[in-house]
Design a protein around this ligand. Structure first.
Ligand code: UD1
Length: 430
């Protein structure tokens, strides 16, 4: 199994190109199931989750082609992926694929809308919490679907004549459930109103792409989305928006090590909550026409008090990284996790590097320390693992991060991006 070896202590200086957002690319690729014509996506990140989704979509009959070859000079450029679901040959999404990536459950929306049926495995357990699918199923039922659960599968059937527009009110904003009901509603008959919709930029990106495909959508990015169903969608071309979690992760890394890095192609407006926290802690952040410049020179970090929240709040996907940073702040910081109940698995690993963290319920109190010290640590999930990398960059001596396959799910060429800014980081294979 691959590991990552880091020798901490180097400041980061230079440029880091920001890839297309994983959490936008996945639903955009799934949206290709809604039309028989070709959906062309630019700036698709090269990630293990994207590769897995190509396979899952291929099983349903989607022809997936990658345009062009990666040129030497733009080694960090995203892929252009052409997806053509001319004919859906199978409406089954099997357990062995869905269990590896929760977002693959989302095919249920477009399959049901276009084919009138879908049999999709329940996603199963997840390291960061229970993550149920009740909002998805209640929403699809509101659109007229019959849902049965049998032997770990959701068997969904649209009424004769297809899904019908309806009012869908989520008890809590859910990114996945909003994506799914939005996609399903584009082909449902009449108007669908999604209330308490998630407002994440990735929802807006999906809505923009669906609109290019002929969908009629209003209000994406607010908590009420209105969709007028159309009979069919057509092909389109769309570029995936920059990854705000990757942006925040590298911004935190620079805050941690000191130095100055231009995050190329990053958009500050997608991540105001996190940048505000960094600025308050003493980090310099400046928007330029090439991206966002992040710097910390000389002075220390002030402690932080953060509560994770749905967009536009502080993202849960940056909670672990910020905790690594808080471990080096001067004084006591507190981080409250409100989205996932078990998302503190990085705590014990950060403690192994010398962090002082006290956990009580959903609140972590972090006492800043003068130095972290390298050690072998274990990655437990995608965002937790990158927090260990960040901590390792600032720790004295060598850190080995085990189980890095988690990182490959969501961070494109992490070692290359960091080492070109002066970090000592390498992958040990085998
Ligand atoms: C998405 C992101 C993930 C991010 C999360 C929250 C992708 C691929 N993943 O995950 O990176 O951490 O948003 O920003 O975009 N819930 C229910 N019932 C449901 C659905 C959700 O109770 O049917 C709960 C969840 O347990 C959680 C909350 O709603 O407490 C929000 O989860 P949700 O927004 O659905 O997360 P994901 O879409 O899975």
């Amino acid at each position: 199994m691959d590991r990552i070896r880091i020798v901490g202590g180097a400041r980061l200086n230079g440029r880091i190109p920001i890839s297309g957002a994983k959490n936008a690319a996945l639903p955009l690729m799934i949206a290709s199931l809604l039309t028989a014509e070709t959906l062309t996506l630019d700036n698709v990140p090269r990630l293990a989750d994207v590769t897995l989704l190509k396979r899952i979509l291929g099983n349903h009959g989607v022809d997936v082609a990658v345009a062009g070859k990666r040129a030497e000079q733009d080694a960090f450029a995203g892929e252009t992926v052409k997806l053509t679901a001319g004919e859906i040959v199978d409406t089954l999404a099997p357990y062995d694929l869905v269990s590896r990536m929760r977002a693959s459950f989302w095919v249920i929306g477009p399959l049901l809308a276009r084919m009138g049926e879908a049999k999709v495995s329940l996603p199963g357990g997840c390291a960061i919490g229970t993550r149920p699918v009740d909002f998805f199923l209640d929403g699809l039922k509101a659109l007229g679907a019959t849902i049965e659960i049998e032997a770990g599968y959701v068997i969904a059937q649209a009424p004769a004549g297809g899904l019908k527009g309806a009012r869908v009110s989520f008890p809590k904003a859910s990114v996945g459930a909003t994506h799914v009901i939005l996609m399903a509603a584009t082909l449902a008959e009449g108007e669908t109103v999604i209330e308490n919709a998630a407002r994440e930029p990735e929802i807006v990106d999906l809505a923009d792409c669906l609109t290019k495909m002929g969908a009629k959508i209003e209000g994406a990015g607010t908590s009420t989305i209105r969709v007028q169903g159309v009979a069919r969608l057509h092909g389109a071309r769309h570029s995936v928006l920059p990854d705000r979690i990757e942006t925040g992760t590298y911004a935190i890394a620079v805050a941690m090590t000191g130095g100055e890095v231009l995050l190329e192609g990053a958009r500050r407006d997608l991540l105001d909550a996190a940048f505000d926290v960094l600025v308050e802690a003493g980090v310099e952040v400046e928007t330029t026409n090439e991206g966002v410049r992040v710097a910390r020179n000389g002075h220390g970090l002030a402690p932080m008090n953060v509560v994770t929240a749905p967009y536009p709040g502080f993202p849960t996907d940056l909670q672990a990284q910020l905790m690594a940073l808080a471990a080096r702040a001067g004084g006591s910081s507190s981080i409250t996790e409100t989205i996932f109940e078990n998302r503190f698995m990085h705590v014990q690993e950060l403690v192994r590097l010398g962090a002082k963290i006290h956990l009580e319920g959903d609140v972590a109190t972090i006492e800043g320390v003068d130095k972290l010290t390298g050690a072998p640590v274990m990655a437990t999930d995608l965002r937790a693992s990158v927090s260990l990398v960040i901590a390792g960059l600032a720790a004295e001596g060598e850190t080995i991060v085990n189980r890095v396959y988690h990182l490959d799910r969501g961070f494109e060429r992490l070692e290359a991006k960091l080492s070109q800014c002066g970090a000592t980081i390498e992958r040990l294979t085998g």
